[in-house]
Every structure is written in structure tokens, then in C-alpha cells.
Design a binder for this molecule. Structure first.
Ligand code: F6R
Length: 254
């Protein structure tokens, strides 16, 4: 596990975007696992900027998003399809055919999940999986407890997660969909490299639980410590509850 600490959230976004750019430039057919949410907004803004100013090439990119709400069509402004389109995809030169987000309105959701797993395998697996961490310790929408061998499936969202994500739904947690499709913890652990990004004081306790507490299905993000190649980028605010010993081992970016 490699821990990178930055003074600010903005610097964490830049550091994460540079890691992603390195993967894109280093592979002829890069496969990225992508996430949504507030933490990712800054990262995608930096990536779009690097595309514009340095011609970072996305033309060979295949991507798979972690999750999508059940029942929201792609055009719904609250869907993760729409998030990806407006936050990143419309600003880069990727081939839309190779950009995958689970279809939360598929008539047969179990078949959609199985097809998603098959598409990841057919692409040769994920080279770099980008992750945020939720208030419940989830990665993707793997709410506690999520076994470490779970695959892409339909899950019930925790009340805490519906609360966390209510801003997009008129600040009404009851308006947040009750279910989502998510890659499983096992699907995530299959990626060749994991990159978890955390920013802001609200993430401090759950980040410490994930990185220094027990490795348990009750905190899905703790599973990343089982991965041979795992990078965590955290700003000082989200790293506030980490032990001095762990912080001493971190790489610091000024
Ligand atoms: C979203 C996802 C979630 C978020 C997490 C943090 O695709 O996979 O695990 O990364 O809920 O969300 P924010 O960044 O909004 O705090």
C-alpha cells in the first residue's frame, strides 16, 4: 500500500489525475475503472484540462464505471451516465463505444450485471481502478457487509448513503433511489492497480477505519489492503485520523 498525502484537495486531484494520465500514456489499450461523486469532480476537471493543454490522448481508452442507480435512465441529470458525460466524456477524445456505465434501467438487471462482468473480462480486465470512499466505508456501492468475493450485482443502498447523496435529489434522502448496480468487491480487487482518493474532513474517521482498522466486509474499503498494488491519495483533512506511524511512511506532495 502506497499512501500519498497532499496539503489540499486540489493537490490530491492533480496527483490522482497525473497517475491516471500515466496509465493512459503507458499502455496501448488502457482500461480504466471510473467512479463518480464529489471527490472525482476535481480529478475529471484536471484530466479534461490536461487533454486540452497537453493533448492527453483518450482515443484508445476503454472504461468501466463502478456503479449506477437502478431506475434512472442515462439522460436523467442525476444518473451516473449523465455525471460522466458532463464531467468528463464530453471533454475528451474517447470513443463512446468503449465507455461503459451499468444500465440501471435494463429490463433484466441480473443479465445486465453478468454482461458487465463479461465485458470487463473481454476487455482484458481493468488496469487502473479509481475509487472514492463513502460514509459507510463503501467502495463502489458495496454497502456493509459486502463479501470480498462479490461480483457486479444489484444492491440496496444504506440509509447513510442515501443521506450522503441527497444533494443531487433536492436534499431529500427519500428521493434517492433505493437500489443500484455496483461492481463487487471481488470485481474491484481483480483490477491490476487500485487508486483510492479521499478528501475533506468528513472522510477522516472512515479512512482511518479502512486503512488501519480490521480488514472486514463491514468496511468494504478495508479490502483494498489485500491488493498487491494499491495507492491511496489523501489530503491532510481526510488523513487527520491516521496514526503518526502510517503518516510517517507516506509520500508527501507539497
Ligand atoms: C461512486 C462511488 C462511491 C463514491 C463514494 C464517495 O461511483 O463509487 O463509492 O466514490 O460514495 O462519494 P463522494 O466522493 O461524493 O464523497
Amino acid at each position: 500500500m502506497q499512501l500519498i498525502l497532499t496539503p489540499t484537495a486540489e493537490q490530491a486531484s492533480i496527483a490522482a489525475a497525473r497517475q491516471i494520465a500515466g496509465t493512459l500514456q503507458g499502455l496501448p489499450h488502457p482500461v480504466l475503472g471510473l467512479a463518480t461523486g464529489r471527490t472525482m469532480e476535481g480529478i475529471y476537471a484536471v484530466l479534461a484540462q490536461i487533454h486540452q493543454t497537453e493533448n492527453l490522448d483518450f482515443s484508445a481508452l476503454t472504461s468501466f464505471n463502478l456503479d449506477e442507480y437502478v431506475g434512472l435512465p442515462p439522460a436523467d441529470p442525476r444518473s451516473y451516465h449523465h455525471y460522466m458525460q458532463t464531467r468528463l466524456f464530453q471533454s475528451i477524445n474517447a470513443n463512446p463505444e468503449y465507455l461503459h456505465v451499468p444500465n440501471g434501467t435494463a429490463p433484466n438487471l441480473d443479465a445486465e450485471c453478468a454482461a458487465y462482468e463479461a465485458a470487463i473480462r473481454a476487455a482484458g480486465g481493468i488496469d487502473l481502478q479509481l475509487l472514492g470512499i463513502g460514509d459507510t466505508g463503501h467502495i463502489g456501492f458495496n454497502e456493509p457487509p459486502s463479501a470480498f468475493d462479490t461480483r457486479t450485482r444489484v444492491v440496496t443502498l444504506d440509509e447513510a448513503t442515501r443521506q450522503q447523496n441527497a444533494a443531487m435529489f433536492g436534499n431529500d434522502p427519500s428521493a434517492v433511489p433505493t437500489h443500484a448496480i455496483t461492481m463487487g468487491v471481488g470485481t474491484i480487487l481483480d483490477a491490476k492497480h487500485l487508486l483510492l482518493v479521499a478528501t475533506g474532513p468528513a472522510k477522516a474517521n472512515i479512512l482511518a477505519a479502512a486503512l488501519e482498522g480490521p480488514i472486514t466486509p463491514d468496511v468494504s474499503a478495508s479490502a483494498i489492503r489485500l491488493h498487491a498494488r494499491c495507492t491511496i491519495i489523501a489530503d491532510e483533512a481526510s488523513a487527520a485520523a491516521l496514526s503518526p506511524e502510517l503518516k510517517d511512511q507516506a509520500t508527501r506532495i507539497a
